[in-house]
Design a binder for this molecule. Sequence first.
Ligand code: SF4
Length: 86
Amino acid sequence: MGDEKSSGGCIAAGRGFFHINSHGDAEPCPFSPYSDINIKDTSLREAIHSRLFTSLIEGDYLQEDHARGCVLYEKRDQVEALLPHS
Ligand code: SF4
């Protein structure tokens, strides 16, 4: 989605935007269906600072270079391990 290289990496997960799906789950972006928080239970401010988003940003998942496609999909095993049920 977009040109992550010119943006200094992926800007999902609250770096620039995030996505709320039809169930209220806050996800990094529409193409990354990972969530650990639901806006029915929390505020938007808390959602944008969710444990998952914070881990993705502070763990430098989003800024790593990737050849094509989605940086989080390329690391889906590691991303899924960050989720509470993993
Ligand atoms: S790299 Fe993945 S998570 Fe980031 S904006 Fe693109 S599709 Fe979404």
